[in-house]
Structure formats: structure tokens, C-alpha cells
Ligand binder design. Structure first.
Ligand code: AMP
Length: 216
């Protein structure tokens, strides 16, 4: 298995696909959103600062994110990884390239999950997250459970409000969407229609990985 990156607007299903990729391929997911949510629960000054940024829907500064990612990559000791939520800016993508170069490794696949904005806005209201392990659910899902498989309570994310969503979507268009061109130029980008069921989206990603198909 190679090194993967999931690129998507907020609520397009990155976290859910990351969980399936971890389960199926044993690849180590690095979710910067989950790491920040953990940090935001700390009562110290850093935790409070992160909590306020998350609630607003804005992006956390590049310097903080790059340091966080560096630590995570170092802890992997060369295992294949799946980035969920990083990079979100061109500056982060350039820093990632430098970190991977230093570690003598590279990205192999960048999957862009495409979902129309009106569908994303509907999804956001039904989304619930386990406060213990971060597993994502949606109340509109068939047989949606009332508790996580780990026993944890399911809660609404503090940034899953309409107001914060508009800010998050704006940040995606302005700061993250330019990465589509960045990774297209490197011949790493694979577009996935993510306005389908979880299983169908996962099947499309798996088909590309299983064929070992890569752009020339
Ligand atoms: P996510 O769980 O990926 O939707 O991320 C939730 C929130 O965490 C985002 O709206 C940002 O505030 C913050 N965040 C996560 N990853 C990054 C990143 N790479 N750069 C800046 N902010 C981030």
C-alpha cells in the first residue's frame, strides 16, 4: 500500500472513507481535524485557542499545522499513511513535499471527493461524531445507531452549524481548492464522484488502488 491523500470540501465524507481505508488496507490515517478536536478539549491556552478557531469554521495557522504534521509523520517510522484534512493550503502542500523529501518518501494518490454544495449542507445537519473515538455517523443513514460501536456518545460537532459551514466552505474554495491544480500538475489527482453511497465511493477508490493504476 502507498501513501494517500483525501482532498474534499467539508462534510464530503473524508473521515468515513479514511476509516474504511484503514480497516481494509491497514493504512495509518492522520486526521488533522481529529487531532485538533482532541487538542481543543485541553483546558490550557493552546486548547482554548484551537477550540475558538474550530467553532468559527476558520483554518488553523499553517505554522501550527505543519509542526503537527511533522510530529505525526515522524511517529510513523515509514509506515504507509493516509492524510485526511492536510494539506489545506498551498503553503501546507509545499511544506508536506519538503517533509516527504526529507523522509525519502512521496505521495502516490490524491483522491478528490466531489459533492455539490447543496448536498453537503443537508449532510451537515445530520452528522454526528463519537466523542470518544471520532467515528462519524449520520442520523439520515439507514439503521443509524444511537451509540458508537465503542460505547461512546454521539454528538454534533461544534462547527457543524450553518454559519460555521459557510466559513468552512469559503475556506475550502479560497485556500484548499487551488490544491486540485497543484496535484493535477504533479499527475497525482483522481476525481471521485462522492455524491453516492459510502460503499459506492469506497468501491471507486478501492478499484483504483487494487488495480495499482496510476497516471503515467
Ligand atoms: P475536518 O475534521 O477535517 O473537517 O477539520 C475541522 C477543522 O479543523 C477545520 O474546519 C479547520 O478549522 C481545522 N483544520 C483541520 N485540518 C486543518 C489544516 N490542515 N489546516 C488548517 N486548519 C485545519
Amino acid at each position: 500500500m502507498r501513501n494517500l491523500l483525501l482532498l474534499a470540501p467539508p462534510a464530503a465524507g473524508k473521515g468515513t472513507q479514511a476509516q474504511l481505508l484503514e480497516k481494509t488496507y491497514g493504512i495509518v490515517p492522520i486526521s488533522t481535524g481529529n487531532l485538533l478536536r482532541q487538542a481543543s478539549k485541553r483546558g490550557d491556552a493552546f486548547g482554548k485557542k484551537i477550540d475558538a478557531i474550530l467553532k468559527s469554521g476558520a483554518l488553523v495557522e499553517d505554522a501550527i499545522m505543519i509542526d503537527l504534521l511533522r510530529e505525526q509523520l515522524q511517529a510513523l517510522h515509514g509506515s504507509p499513511f493516509l492524510l485526511d484534512g492536510f494539506p489545506r493550503t498551498v503553503a501546507q502542500a509545499k511544506a508536506l513535499d519538503a517533509l516527504l523529501d526529507e523522509a525519502h518518501t512521496s505521495l502516490d494518490y490524491v483522491f478528490l471527493l466531489e459533492v455539490p454544495k447543496d448536498v453537503l449542507e443537508k449532510r451537515i445537519t445530520g452528522r454526528r461524531i463519537c466523542e470518544v473515538c471520532g467515528t462519524v455517523y449520520n442520523v439520515h443513514q439507514k439503521d443509524a445507531p444511537s451509540l458508537c460501536h465503542c460505547g461512546g456518545s454521539l454528538v454534533t460537532r461544534s462547527d457543524d452549524t450553518k454559519a460555521a459551514y459557510q466559513i468552512r466552505y469559503g475556506a475550502y474554495l479560497n485556500s484548499t481548492y487551488p490544491l486540485v491544480e497543484y496535484y493535477e500538475a504533479k499527475n497525482l489527482l483522481y476525481r471521485i464522484d462522492a455524491n453516492r453511497s459510502i460503499e459506492e465511493v469506497f468501491a471507486s477508490i478501492s478499484a483504483i488502488l487494487n488495480r495499482g493504476e496510476k497516471h503515467d
